[in-house]
Design a protein around this ligand. Structure first.
Ligand code: SF4
Ligand code: FES
Length: 363
């Protein structure tokens, strides 16, 4: 099989992001949820999620990320967790930390919870609460983390990096160590959904980004063996784009609170694609035959310069949603790539910084 055949053949998905609800007590201005969110009345019930998990396992999915919004906003979260575990999936709870009581964490643990990821906005409590748009969020996150560690569950701390906290990379990693995390994600903002709306308020300078990248490298060496430090690169200052979601319709899928199945969290921002629902189709049917999944699968659709570029099977021409957001054409080379004829669009946006109030994410 050639490398090209491998890029274009139909793979099995490995990961499922289950967005159980768009409800969330926090209002983070970089939230990747869409601006138009699903209401509570549209949410799938626990029985449908149980069916979806069974279909996902049969399709080859190994792990499910129970996410949102805040998944704990669902009263039936423990039943949903039990169903995912019962389907044989590795279960990761992605939580803001607000709304998961000690009792509930214990029930989730008993139901088969394998891993917890807590997002935290900053190492300084006041700043963290301001970014989250919720007084007392920092303290509640720390308290939940302590309970997770007490249960000996593996803990990942996720920190989204932007202009308000980028100067504190050392403090943020120290905080994650203090929380007992085995992994910390230093994730520079990706500009989709609410983050795109707040882009000029969140955007760091190139100098800040370079310094942050240097600190992450140094901290990785300093803490080797104690904590794993993952870094999500700051797209707008990269030379090459990321292989977004490992390639469109290649390795992962998302199910929205209302049941629409997407190749990535921002896919609905691309007009003209019809995303099928688990209410009407099986997951396999959607994965294999929904035209929206096939729209950007593989590399055959890519224009120049990707078409003749040796990196095309590594990055699939970057992110389709970003290509659309910045150029108006979802098939275009992601303009993050320095080889894109439209790369100047990224440079122009990165230069715009405004000190304004955040537009907080609200349902
Ligand atoms: Fe990737 Fe296309 Fe840039 Fe090549 S030209 S590095 S395939 S985005
Ligand atoms: Fe949709 Fe990257 S977020 S392809």
């Amino acid at each position: 099989m050639t490398q090209n055949d491998n890029a274009n053949r139909l793979h099995s998905p490995l990961g499922l992001l289950a967005e159980l609800t768009h409800r969330c007590p926090l209002g983070c201005p970089y939230c990747s949820n869409p601006l138009a969110m699903d209401g509570r009345e549209d949410e799938l019930d626990a029985a449908t999620w149980a069916r979806v998990f069974g279909e996902a396992a049969a399709l080859g999915v190994l792990q499910v990320h129970l996410s949102g919004g805040e998944p704990a906003s669902r009263r039936d979260l423990v039943d949903i967790m039990a169903a995912a575990h019962g389907a044989g999936l590795y279960t990761n709870l992605i939580t803001s930390g607000v709304g998961v009581t000690d009792k509930r964490l214990g029930e989730l643990f008993d139901a088969g919870l394998d891993h917890v990821q807590i997002s935290i906005q900053d190492s300084e409590p006041q700043s963290a609460d301001r970014i989250a748009g919720y007084d007392g969020a920092y303290a509640r996150k720390r308290a939940l983390a302590a309970q997770v560690v007490a249960l000996k569950l593996p803990l990942t701390v996720n920190i989204v990096i932007h202009r308000a906290n980028i100067a504190r990379i050392d403090d943020l990693v120290a905080m994650a160590l203090d929380m007992g995390a085995s992994r910390v994600e230093i994730a520079h903002v990706q500009y989709y959904g609410w983050a795109l709306k707040n882009r000029a308020t969140l955007m760091p300078t190139r100098e800040q980004v370079e310094r942050a990248v240097e600190r992450v490298e140094a901290l990785r060496k300093a803490h080797h063996g104690r904590i794993v430090i993952d870094a999500v690169v700051p797209d707008y200052y990269a030379r090459f784009p990321k292989p977004c979601v490992g390639g469109w319709g290649r390795r992962s899928l998302n199910v929205t609170p209302a049941g629409r199945v997407l190749p990535c969290h921002a896919a609905e921002s691309i007009p003209g694609l019809e995303f099928w629902s688990v209410r009407d189709h099986s997951l396999r049917d959607i994965w294999e035959t929904n035209p929206a999944f096939n729209a950007f699968r593989g590399t055959a659709f890519l224009p120049e310069p990707c078409r003749s570029c040796e990196r095309r099977e590594l990055d699939f021409g970057g992110c389709r949603c970003q290509a659309f957001a910045l150029t108006g054409d979802a098939r275009a080379t992601d303009p993050v790539c320095h080889l894109s004829p439209l790369h100047h669009l990224v440079e122009e946006q990165a230069a715009i910084r405004v000190d304004a109030d955040y537009v907080y994410r609200r349902l």
